[in-house]
Write a protein that binds this ligand. Structure first.
Ligand SMILES: NC(=O)C1=CN([C@@H]2O[C@H](COP(=O)(O)OP(=O)(O)OC[C@H]3O[C@@H](n4cnc5c(N)ncnc54)[C@H](OP(=O)(O)O)[C@@H]3O)[C@@H](O)[C@H]2O)C=CC1
Ligand SMILES: CC(=O)C(=O)O
Ligand SMILES: [Mg+2]
Length: 769
């Protein structure tokens, strides 16, 4: 690539190839590792995990094989098995060369549905021997995902294994692809305004993926006689003998046509599951109006989307690739169909389970987008349509939608050994995987839903994250949103983001440009602040332009039950208006902000992250008590550590002395609270190291409330921890000390955080009832 020219497609391919090789090599070769789920740090652990302790679970499994699900990882373990004979579109590159793909599938299973995988590459091409080897692996796995085994061997191998094994066996390239393609075709035809019963479909490829897709499309209503199949030897026609087998013969047409170019004329759908570059622009020109062109070969599609667009501007295009819109890839299916199947103890995967998955995926693309998807695909238009036929792989709702649908269909078709009895509880459980904050927030959501629906005002009602959160809040029946902003802009943005909120029905608006309460609001504000330097003209102007002020006044006047602000701006700026209108709770002398963090192995709350720059010992004691009380509302027993650079008197610096004084005040004011200090951060989080340094500590176990000496320490620690933990798993800031249910978010708040804080605000309002 020369210095001043844009990279060509060849340059880009070379760069991607180099980056992919580096990704696989560094920092460690490959993409997976084994992680222990139990600690192994001393002789005792060794005796439990290995000899002699391990004999106990072995004996229990001898007594009842089902105990394997109790004492081993089998129930969540899938074998991704290949012999490397049809790896992607690369062909028969052998089992060893297929290993990066299988490791890749393992990573996808883990990332998207929490399922553990062993990748198994078997150097065996004889289908019967392959069946023997895989069947013998049954004790290891809860399910088998066959991958990249060539047709027609894959059909035979899967059928034989299903006959022999009592765990789900699923050839991903057949059924995972078919399910995803089925959903995309249902949606593509909807966009094109065509009926599945009357379209003409031409397939390129008659292998594992293509034939399974066609089989499922027939089950979804497409007539077999409307389907034309082509492969390396051309059209599959009645009487053909070259490269034929009984699975292909099922689709043979009685026709004199022999080439793809001939049968593609007037086709409504092209389904490519063959090899790169097979479909030519001249062929695309001859297709029917609004053609669906699904060029799904990997890594190179049958035709590049830009080549289609050059000759047909009415085409609806999908590929198997990440770098174009409409990625039709079996990753949308296999993690979730296995999640549902494993969770209900399915002995196999039935057609009913497959069809349930098709409809779940199709419906998801038609629903509005989730915040996670919007964040992961910034700048892309994500409302259902030509460029958005199918959900994105990073859509967290895939699991929430597909796994329960599959588990239910498994039970309905009689193959679930452990049918899921409480679907709501199951969905809650999945939610905690998808949103790590789920468990911590559960008591708050329960408290939020405990009384009649509360009205919550959102100061920044035009903001995208607020609108997306408002949709979830309305859907999940958490509250009734009052959006502050311009009604037309709000309605327009709701439509742009593909949301479903309807003014009056799901939410109310306070029109910042014209509201009948304006006069009353500014006059009230003036009366509250006329001796604090606010004149009547200033009160009028402020009440027009300060969204947090409007929200505060709504709350003060009882027009809403709580409010949320702060998705832009600074805490101090918002707090100023809240303090003027709402004020402090009786008995409180200070405000403070608490943030919660859900780290991989613990939950911690930190104070004061946003309000007091250098709190006194008395203020810190008050903040600690307010924070501890708030934590108890989350159902968490607070264990407070007063943090310092000093460890139990090791320094007499004023900040260390301040923390010691805080402890003395707390001992008197809050004898019920487990608290100790001053101490280092590691000593707070690690009870064992604390016991060795301070055997008489008044704090037992790991601390979960970290009280920092000043705002720098609190804010920096919070942001460092949040980032190191992967971000996004934060609760708060929770405003402590206000007289009414009010919370000030930060500019980095995600949609899920806004939803969580809404629930907390509602719970506050219910508690204040
Ligand atoms: N997007 C997705 O999610 C998925 C994409 N795929 C892709 O689909 C393709 C096929 O995979 P799979 O079914 O597992 O593999 P198979 O080997 O089972 O099937 C390949 C099929 O493509 C045909 N074919 C190969 N080259 C050509 C060509 N030049 N012209 C016409 N037909 C050709 C073969 O014909 P013949 O029968 O005559 O040998 C065979 O029917 C691969 O590119 C794979 O990456 C697969 C699964 C999922
Ligand atoms: C996606 C996939 O499984 C394949 O291309 O083979
Ligand atoms: Mg595959």
């Amino acid at each position: 690539m020369s210095e001043n020219t844009a990279p060509t497609p060849v340059d880009k391919r070379a760069q991607l190839r180099k980056a992919a090789l580096e990704y696989h090599e560094f920092p460690k070769p490959g993409k997976i590792t084994i992680a222990a789920t139990k600690q192994m740090i001393n002789q005792h652990d060794l005796a439990l995990a290995y000899s002699p302790g391990v004999a106990a679970p072995c004996e229990e499994i001898v007594k009842d094989p089902n105990n394997a699900f109790r004492y081993t990882a089998r129930g969540n373990l899938v074998g991704v098995v290949t012999n490397g004979t049809a790896v992607l579109g690369l062909g028969d590159i052998g089992a060893l060369a297929g290993k990066p793909v299988m490791e890749g599938k393992a990573v996808l299973f883990k990332k998207f549905s929490g399922i553990d995988v062993f990748d198994i590459e078997i150097d065996e091409k004889d289908p019967d021997k392959l069946v023997e080897i895989i069947a013998a692996l049954e004790p290891t796995f809860g399910g088998i995902n066959l991958e990249d085994i060539k047709a027609p061997d894959c059909f035979y191998v899967e059928r034989k294994l299903r006959e022999r094994m009592k765990i789900p066996v699923f050839h991903d390239d057949q059924h995972g692809t078919a399910i995803t393609v089925g959903a995309a075709i249902i949606n593509g035809l909807k966009v094109a305004g065509k009926d599945i019963k009357s379209v003409k479909l031409v397939a390129s490829g008659a292998g594992a993926a293509a034939l399974a897709c066609l089989g499922l499309l027939i089950k979804l209503g497409m007539p077999r006689e409307n389907i034309w199949v082509t492969d390396i030897a051309g059209v599959v026609y009645e009487g053909r003998t070259e490269l034929m087998d009984e699975d292909k013969a099922f689709f043979a047409q009685n026709t004199p046509l022999r080439k793809l170019a001939e049968v593609i004329v007037d086709a409504d759908v092209f389904l490519g599951l063959s090899a790169g570059g097979v479909l030519k622009q001249d062929m695309v020109r001859t297709m029917a109006a609004n053609p669906l062109i699904f060029a799904l070969a990997n890594p190179n599609p049958e035709i590049a989307p830009e080549d289609v667009k050059a000759v047909r501007d009415d085409a609806i295009i999908a590929t198997g690739r990440t770098d174009y819109p409409n990625q039709v890839n079996n990753v949308l299916c296999f993690p979730y169909i296995f999640r549902g199947a494993l969770d209900c103890g399915a002995t196999t995967i039935t057609t009913e389970m497959e069809i349930a998955a098709v409809h779940a995926i199709a419906e998801l693309a038609q629903a509005e987008q989730s915040e996670v998807v919007a964040a992961a695909y910034v700048g892309e238009q994500l409302a259902f349509g030509r460029e958005y036929l199918i959900p994105k792989p990073f859509d967290p709702r895939l699991m929430m939608k597909i796994a329960p649908a599959v588990a239910k269909a498994a039970a309905d078709s009689g193959v679930a050994l452990r049918p899921i009895e409480d679907m709501d509880a199951y969905s809650d459980h999945l939610q905690t995987f998808v949103y790590a904050s789920g468990t911590t927030m559960k008591p708050i959501f329960t408290a939020a839903r405990a009384a009649a629906k509360k009205r919550i005002a959102y100061a920044e009602g035009e903001e995208e994250r607020v609108l997306r959160a408002a949709q979830i809040v309305a859907d999940e029946n958490v509250a009734r949103p009052t959006l502050i902003g311009r009604p037309a802009i709000i309605a327009q943005r709701i439509e742009k983001f593909g949301l479903r909120l309807k003014e009056g029905q799901d939410y109310d608006v306070v029109n910042v440009e014209d509201d009948h309460r304006y006069r009353d609001f500014w006059q009230t504000y003036h009366r509250m602040t006329e001796r604090k330097g606010i004149t009547a003209p200033v009160a009028k102007i402020e009440m027009r332009r300060r969204l947090t002020l409007i929200a505060s006044m709504l709350l003060h006047k009882g027009e809403v039950d709580g409010m949320i602000c702060g998705t832009w701006g600074f805490t101090a700026h918002h707090l100023n208006y809240i303090d003027q209108v709402i004020g402090m709770r009786a008995g409180c002398n200070t405000y403070a902000c608490m943030n919660g963090l859900l780290l991989p192995d613990r939950q911690v709350f930190l104070v004061d992250t946003h309000v007091n720059y250098d709190p006194t010992a008395a203020q810190l004691a008050e903040i600690t008590v307010m924070a501890a009380e708030e934590m108890m509302r989350f159902g968490i027993k607070p264990k407070a550590a007063l943090l310092s650079h000093s460890n139990f008197g090791s320094s007499n610096h004023p900040s260390a002395v301040k923390m010691r004084e805080t402890l003395e005040i707390l001992k008197i004011q809050a004898p019920w609270l487990e608290v100790d200090g001053e101490m280092h951060g590691d000593v707070a989080l690690d009870a064992k190291s604390r016991a060795s340094i301070m055997p008489h500590s008044t704090l037992s176990g790991d601390a979960n409330l970290l009280v920092m000496p000043n705002i720098d320490a609190a804010n920096i620690s919070y942001n460092l921890l949040k980032t190191a933990a992967g971000g996004g798993i934060a609760i708060g800031p929770v405003l402590l000390g206000a007289a009414e249910p009010v919370h000030i978010l930060t500019a980095s708040a995600t949609v899920r955080r806004i939803v969580n804080m809404t629930a907390l605000t509602v719970a506050d309002a219910n508690a204040a009832r």
